[in-house]
Design a protein around this ligand. Structure first.
Ligand SMILES: NC(=O)c1ccc[n+]([C@@H]2O[C@H](COP(=O)([O-])OP(=O)(O)OC[C@H]3O[C@@H](n4cnc5c(N)ncnc54)[C@H](OP(=O)(O)O)[C@@H]3O)[C@@H](O)[C@H]2O)c1
Length: 209
């Protein structure tokens, strides 16, 4: 199974909204710059990051901004051949029929540093449920917006909030809208924790003997 870590990134309103009528319900330029920098910047200049998105989110990006620059764009769809045909002129865009197929494509390239799941609702759900889910970068917007698309229910007891270098913990304010950058890291699941404890106990027993 793939060992690639999945990072989700989303901006979410107080009522868990992420989109309305095929667009973001807010206009926050600095928040957008944060998204661009996190999903684009790499430590290794010879590498790129990959962004995985649902076909609807791809359609929602204005044509002049897609594919998202300097990133490997991967579109998830149930209609791989049709979407491949539609985007045949685009460079740095791949089409996958499942999240696991997308991970296989990324691993086959050897030039991807970090993998980002960038929405929308369906794809965040796949990312949260995937065993390789690592971190969720949530911009928590402290206001309610009219939305028709929502972030899936996230069981925060399975995550811990972490400080990450380069992610400000200060309150952000733009156009009178307050928001915070938060990073939630997935805790190892109970089964994994049990195995870790058992193997540590076994090692300790061996040491005693
Ligand atoms: N606030 C944020 O951070 C943020 C981020 C991203 C997007 N958005 C907003 O979210 C909205 C779009 O999101 P959405 O939830 O409607 O759609 P979406 O998740 O972007 O795309 C849904 C599509 O993904 C494909 N898909 C879903 N599950 C799949 C699976 N298991 N395997 C293969 N393909 C699969 C299907 O494409 P086919 O129909 O082609 O089969 C499906 O119709 C827009 O309003 C956008 O502005 C907000």
């Amino acid at each position: 199974m793939s060992k690639m870590k999945l990072n989700l990134i989303a901006a979410v309103s107080e009522n868990l909204g992420i989109g309305d009528c095929g667009a973001l319900p807010w206009r926050l330029k600095k928040e957008m710059a944060y998204f661009t920098s996190l999903t684009t910047d790499t430590k290794d200049p010879s590498k790129k990051n990959a962004v995985i998105m649902g076909r609807v989110s791809w359609d929602c990006i204005p044509a002049k901004f897609r594919p998202l620059k300097d990133r490997v764009n991967i579109i998830l769809t149930h209609n791989v051949d049709a979407i491949k045909k539609k985007i045949s002129n685009e460079q740095n865009v791949e089409v996958a029929g499942s999240l696991d197929d997308a991970l296989k494509m990324i691993e086959a390239r050897n030039d991807v540093e970090t993998t980002w799941v960038i929405g929308g609702s369906h794809i965040y759900k796949l990312g949260l449920e995937h065993p390789n889910c690592y971190r969720v970068y949530l911009t928590e917007i402290k206001r309610t917006f009219t939305c028709d698309t929502f972030f899936p229910v996230m069981d925060k007891s399975k995550f811990k909030c972490v400080d990450v270098e380069g992610v400000s913990s200060e309150k952000q304010v733009e156009n009178g809208i307050e928001y915070y950058f938060k990073v939630y890291e997935k805790l190892p699941n109970v089964e994994e924790k049990r195995k870790v404890v058992e193997s540590t106990n076994e090692k300790d027993k061996t040491k005693c003997c």
